[in-house]
Design a protein around this ligand. Structure first.
Ligand SMILES: *Cc1c(COP(=O)(O)O)cnc(C)c1O
Length: 408
C-alpha cells in the first residue's frame, strides 16, 4: 500500500450554503505555532476573543466565548446546559435546523412542543404568542436564519413575549451571524450560538456563542466541578448538566479568571476564530453586513435574470443565500456535478421537502464578492444551456451588473 501524498485540495469556489471558501487570512492565522494551554499569550488571546465576539454579537454579555465543536455541538451545549429533563421548550420549526433543535432538546429529556411552519415562510409573532400561552415553556428555541429554506426569522417582539411568558430565548445564528443584523442584547436573546463556516469566512469546528446573565444563572445552578479539581467551598450540583464536554458551567470556569481545567482549548481553531472576528470588525460590522446584502441582492437579481424561479419568502430572505427552483425536467445533481467538474464551483443541494427541487447558492464571508457572483452566474448559464434550458444569453451577469450599478 502506498502512502497517500500530502493534502492538496483542488481549487474550488464554494458558493453553497457553507462551508464557503475560507478567507486566506484565517488560514494563515491557523498556521501559527501552538502555545501552552495556560501560557499568558494563550489566556490573553482567549480574553481578546471574548472581547471581539462581544462586538460581533453586539452584546455586553461576559460569557461570550468559543465552544470547541461545530455549530451543532454548540447548539447541544446550549440546550443540554439550559434544559433539565421535563422542562418544556417551544420550537418553531420552519426548516431542517428547527427539526435539529427539536431532536437535541428531546435528547436532553425536555418536553418539546413545536409550531410547524411551511418551509419557506417565517413564524408570525401571533402564532408564537399563542403557542407560548398554551405551552408555557421555560425556553423558546428558534433558528434565526435557516439555511435549508433561506428565510430569516424576524426577532421583533420576541423579547417582549419572552418577558411576558417568563421564558429564556435561544437562537441558532450559525448561518446568519456577521452577515445579517443580529442584536443579542437589544433583542433580548439569552443564548445564541454560531459557527465560523458561513458568513464569518472560516472553517467549521469552532462555535462563537454568547449567554446572558439570566442564562448564566440557570447554568451556574447546575454546573459541576470535577472531583479532581474541586476546591473547598465548591458546591456539588443536585441536578448536574448531563454532559461533561458540553457543560457550559465548566466551560465558563475555564474561560473565567479561575481558569479551571476542562478540555484543552482548540488553539488552532481559536486563532482562526479570532481572525474571523478581526475581519468583520476591521471592515466594520455594518459594512460587513452591507457587503452581504449587496452581493446577495446581485446574486438574486442574477438568477432571476436567467429566468429562474426563486424559492421562499423574499420579504424575509437571508442576505447570504438564495434558493433557486430547479427548472422542470432538469437533473439538479447533474448540473451541480458539471458546475464542480468543469468550473470548480460548488453550489448547494437541498433537504427534506426541497430535495431535488431547489439549489442553494451562497454569497457569504470571503465569497461575498463581485467576481465570485459574476463567475458563478456565468458558469450556471453555460451549464444550464448545455442541458437544454433556454436561458437568456448573459441574462444573469447583466442583471447582477445592474444590481451593482443601482447600488453604486
Ligand atoms: C450550517 C448550520 C448548522 C450546522 O453547522 P455545523 O457546523 O455543520 O454543525 C446549524 N444551524 C444552521 C442554521 C446552519 O446553517
Amino acid at each position: 500500500m502506498s502512502l497517500p501524498g500530502p493534502i492538496d485540495p483542488p481549487a474550488r469556489l464554494l458558493m453553497g450554503p457553507g462551508p464557503i471558501t475560507a478567507d486566506p487570512r484565517v488560514l494563515r492565522a491557523m498556521s501559527a505555532q501552538l502555545v501552552g494551554q495556560y501560557d499568558p499569550f494563550m489566556t490573553d488571546a482567549m480574553n481578546e476573543v471574548m472581547g471581539l465576539y462581544r462586538q460581533v454579537f453586539v452584546t455586553g454579555n461576559q460569557q461570550t466565548l468559543l465552544i470547541d465543536s461545530t455549530a451543532r455541538g454548540a447548539i447541544e451545549a446550549a440546550l443540554v446546559s439550559l434544559l433539565e429533563p421535563g422542562d418544556r421548550v417551544l420550537v418553531p420549526v420552519m426548516g431542517r435546523f428547527g427539526h435539529l433543535l427539536v431532536e437535541i432538546a428531546q435528547r436532553c429529556g425536555a418536553e418539546v412542543h413545536t409550531v410547524d411552519i411551511e418551509w419557506g415562510r417565517i413564524a408570525e409573532l401571533d402564532v408564537i404568542e399563542a403557542a407560548l400561552e398554551r405551552v408555557r415553556p421555560t425556553l423558546l428555541a428558534t433558528v434565526h436564519g435557516d439555511t435549508s429554506t433561506t428565510v430569516l426569522q424576524p426577532f421583533d417582539g420576541l423579547k417582549e413575549l419572552c418577558e411576558r411568558y417568563d421564558c429564556l430565548l435561544y437562537a441558532d445564528v450559525t448561518a446568519t451571524i456577521g452577515g445579517n443584523p443580529f442584536l443579542t442584547d437589544a433583542w433580548g436573546v439569552d443564548a445564541a450560538t454560531g459557527g465560523l463556516q458561513k458568513c464569518l469566512g472560516g472553517p467549521s469546528g469552532s462555535a462563537p456563542a454568547t449567554f446572558s446573565a439570566r442564562a448564566v444563572e440557570v447554568i451556574e445552578r447546575r454546573k459541576s466541578i470535577e472531583a479532581g479539581i474541586r476546591a473547598e467551598g465548591d458546591a456539588v450540583a443536585a441536578h448536574p448538566i448531563r454532559s461533561n464536554y458540553f457543560d457550559l458551567g465548566m466551560i465558563f470556569d475555564y474561560w473565567s479568571s479561575r481558569r479551571l481545567n476542562h478540555h484543552t482549548e482548540a488553539t488552532t481553531m481559536l486563532y482562526g476564530a479570532r481572525e474571523c472576528a478581526r475581519l468583520v470588525l476591521e471592515e466594520g460590522l455594518e459594512a460587513y453586513q452591507a457587503r452581504h446584502a449587496l452581493h446577495g441582492r446581485a446574486m438574486l437579481a442574477g438568477v432571476q435574470g436567467l429566468g429562474l424561479e426563486v424559492f421562499g419568502d423574499l420579504e424575509h430572505k437571508m442576505a447570504n443565500i438564495v434558493g433557486v427552483a430547479i427548472p422542470d425536467g432538469v437533473d439538479g445533481e447533474a448540473v451541480r456535478g458539471t458546475m464542480l467538474a468543469d468550473f470548480g464551483i460548488e453550489i448547494g443541494t437541498s433537504f427534506g421537502p426541497l430535495a431535488g427541487r431547489v439549489w442553494r447558492i451562497g454569497t457569504m464571508g470571503y465569497n461575498a464578492r463581485t467576481d465570485a457572483v459574476l463567475t458563478t452566474l456565468s458558469a450556471l448559464e453555460t451549464v444550464l444551456r448545455r442541458v437544454g434550458v433556454a436561458v437568456p444569453t448573459g441574462g444573469g451577469v447583466d442583471a447582477a451588473y445592474d444590481a451593482y450599478g443601482a447600488a453604486a
